[in-house]
Each structure stands twice: as structure tokens, then as C-alpha cells.
Design a binder for this molecule. Structure first.
Ligand SMILES: *Cc1c(COP(=O)(O)O)cnc(C)c1O
Length: 380
């Protein structure tokens, strides 16, 4: 790199900014991970590397100052409805740890057809065959958990997994019924709650599951990368087994996980997150109202209707038609929304995209609806 170019690059690094900080945010990846004020404070307070390790005696979840022990051993299990909980780097890491502990290469796992790509990648890293339960397809893409039964009989899987809800359509499958099936066939059952834990009430035992994973940066108002993993007590000695060489270090986590800001933001936001799940009904009715309003503009909502989650997927042929005739092509929508202070669909998309109503107020969402209307009129 030439000297001058390098100096410019370094200057940029030292002045990082985000363009849309004060925008109305309806981007699904981001709406549940926005920090509380408490977490913002904790972020600065504990920003230095290894900051939570001041009083560590060798095991992260046993640190008493800051109170990680209370959080991981008492508050989290109660929140997740499980017996044992631990901290991970994210939902995918929890899923990988379970697969890697319980299954051997060549084994099988049965998952819903709407599973997240990380489930497949985790299985690949472990060497598992992934068998998908097909969804009903366009437009609702529903998964009938009763369809797991024939595949369980055929493939004798080591694990089954349900994405609850899935990250593409926001469909809520019958997780409790799958818990009954798991118990009947005695197969360990993972609930992937990346879009559930921290948004809506979810109780692992109540669903009859063996494991539940959540994502701190997706749904628990945390900086991340961080996540939570809950399980039945009987899996503790398998998934959280210790190293032979270092008796107080867990093997699956390579000895330790969250060593600073991700963890303190997760903890600082937890009182707020624990409370907010009680208002899930309001979130669902807000999402349903928003979806109805956008359908009036000719957008078509995919996934279950009426919808049961704030993650919404729309087909928007009218916007796509416009993109074919304007100079900016697909980026016209991003530009129009940006001018109005809205951060939503992935820049470049116009044909179909996902939105989340979780973080925005009804007034803000009304503004989003009016903006879509104005954009359609402007080019119509
Ligand atoms: C976002 C997402 C993940 C990945 O979560 P991480 O915490 O980033 O690993 C996994 N599953 C689903 C359904 C998701 O939406």
C-alpha cells in the first residue's frame, strides 16, 4: 500500500461512524439487539479487554464481581425455563456445542426446512447429515412438526432441532407438540430461539425441549457476539464436560467464552429484557396491523397469516417494477427510505425483503407506511 493511501486508511479507522444512528430501525437483524442505556454505560465501563476477569478464579460463570454467577446460574435458568444455563458467543455456537457433544460424524440430525444456515454449517463442521422437514412452501412456508415422525423412524437421528421462529418468515411452529414427539422417541431436542429468547416469553421445559439457544445481539439488547444456552441437568456433564488437562476448564468453549463487553451488555440489559417479553402481545398486534397496512399497498406478506411474530417477509412487485426503470436500480428504495430517516430493507433489495416491527413505535411505523405509499406514488 502506498504511504499516502495507508495514512488515509488509518485515518478512516480512527473515525468510524454509522450513518443511520438516529433512524427508525426496522431491519430484522438489528431491532432486538439495540442497547439499553444501562448497556451503553456498561459498554464503556467494561470496554477494556478481559475486563470481567478482575476477580475470576478460573471459571467465567462463577465470577461474583461483576455478578456473572448469579446471572448465569440463577437468573438465566429461570428466564429460559431450564435447569442449567451457560454463556456462548451466539446461537450458532450453542447449537454447535450441543451437536459436537452429543453426535458423532456420520450421525443424523432432523431439522425444520426453514432452519437457519448456521444450523447446517454447524452440522457440517461436526460431520452430521442434515435431514430437513419440508415446509408447506409458498406463500406460508409452514412447518408441520408431525412430519418429523416419519423421518425419525427412517433415519434414527441423534438430535432434532426446531427453529422457533425461523429467521426467514418468522413462523412459529408447534414447538410443544415437537417436544411430545421428542419424548416419545427419546431423542434430544434443540429449540433454536435466536428470534425468540429476549423478545417473547419462551420456556424450555414448557416446550418439552432438552436444549434452548438464544442470541444476545439478535434479541437480548446486547452488543455481542454473545448468546445463551439452556439445558436439562442431565446434559450438563456431557455438553459442559471439563478438559482432562485443566479440570476447571470446559472443553466445548475452549476454556472460556465472553471475556468483556458482550457479557456486560447482556447482563446490564437483562432486567429490561426480562420485563419486555411480558409485552409480547402488543408486539404481535403491532406486527399484524403493520402487515395489514402494507398489504393495502399491494405488498404481499409471506409466512403465517395472521402473523405471530415481529419478523415479516414481504413480496413487493410494485417496488421491483420501479427498480427496473430508475437509474439507481434496486438501490432507489434504500435511497428513498434513507432520505426519510428509515433504516429497513437490505440496500439493493426491492423484490422481496424482511422487516421487523419490534423496535419501532406505532407512530414510527405509521410514518414507514406513509413513506412506502409516497414512494409508490412518486414513481407510479
Ligand atoms: C440470527 C440467527 C442465528 C444466528 O445467531 P447468532 O447469535 O449470530 O449465532 C441462528 N438462527 C436463527 C434462526 C437466526 O435468526
Amino acid at each position: 500500500m502506498a504511504k499516502q493511501a495507508e495514512s488515509k486508511s488509518l485515518q478512516k479507522l480512527a473515525n468510524l461512524r454509522r450513518q443511520h444512528k438516529s433512524f427508525i430501525n426496522i431491519m430484522p437483524l438489528q431491532t432486538g439487539g439495540m442497547l439499553t442505556e444501562a448497556a451503553q454505560k456498561a459498554l464503556v465501563e467494561f470496554g477494556d479487554g478481559y475486563s470481567v476477569c478482575d476477580f475470576c478464579l478460573g471459571s467465567l460463570c462463577n465470577i461474583t464481581n461483576p455478578p456473572v454467577r448469579e446471572f448465569a446460574h440463577e437468573l438465566l435458568p429461570e428466564f429460559l425455563g431450564c435447569e442449567v444455563a451457560t454463556l456462548t458467543y451466539g446461537a450458532r455456537d450453542g447449537i454447535f456445542m450441543i451437536m459436537h457433544s452429543l453426535a458423532k460424524p456420520g450421525g443424523s440430525i432432523i431439522v425444520d426446512g426453514n432452519r437457519h444456515y448456521t444450523t447446517v454449517v454447524a452440522a457440517e463442521r461436526v460431520g452430521l447429515n442434515v435431514i430437513g422437514v419440508p415446509s408447506s412452501g409458498y406463500p406460508e412456508f409452514k412447518v408441520d412438526v408431525n412430519d418429523y415422525v416419519s423421518l425419525i423412524k427412517k433415519h434414527n437421528p441423534k438430535l432434532i432441532l426446531l427453529t422457533y421462529p425461523d429467521g426467514n418468515y418468522g413462523n412459529i411452529s408447534d414447538a410443544r407438540r415437537l417436544g411430545e414427539i421428542a419424548q416419545e422417541y427419546d431423542i434430544p431436542y434443540i429449540v433454536n430461539g435466536a428470534y425468540a429468547v429476549g423478545r417473547m416469553p419462551v420456556n424450555m421445559e414448557g416446550l418439552g425441549a432438552d436444549f434452548i439457544v438464544g442470541s444476545g445481539h439478535k434479541s437480548m439488547a446486547s452488543a455481542g457476539p454473545c448468546g445463551v444456552l439452556g439445558m436439562k441437568r442431565k446434559w450438563e456433564e456431557i455438553v459442559l464436560r471439563k478438559s482432562e488437562a485443566y479440570g476447571n476448564k470446559e472443553l466445548e468453549s475452549l476454556g472460556c467464552t465472553l471475556r468483556g463487553t458482550p457479557l456486560v451488555t447482556l447482563m446490564a440489559s437483562f432486567p429490561y429484557v426480562k420485563e419486555r417479553v411480558n409485552h409480547w402481545d402488543e408486539q404481535v398486534s403491532k406486527a399484524q396491523w403493520f402487515s395489514r397496512e402494507l398489504e393495502k399497498l399491494s405488498f404481499k406478506q409471506l409466512g403465517e397469516t395472521p402473523h405471530q411474530h415481529d419478523l415479516l417477509h414481504f413480496e413487493t412487485p410494485a417496488l421491483y417494477d420501479i427498480s427496473k426503470h430508475v437509474r439507481e436500480r434496486g438501490y432507489f428504495l434504500y435511497k428513498e427510505l434513507k432520505e426519510r430517516g428509515i433504516w429497513g430493507p437490505q440496500p439493493g433489495l426491492t423484490k422481496a425483503f424482511k422487516l421487523s416491527t419490534f423496535a419501532a413505535t406505532k407512530e414510527q411505523l405509521q410514518f414507514v407506511i406513509d413513506s412506502f405509499k409516497a414512494i409508490l406514488n412518486k414513481y407510479g
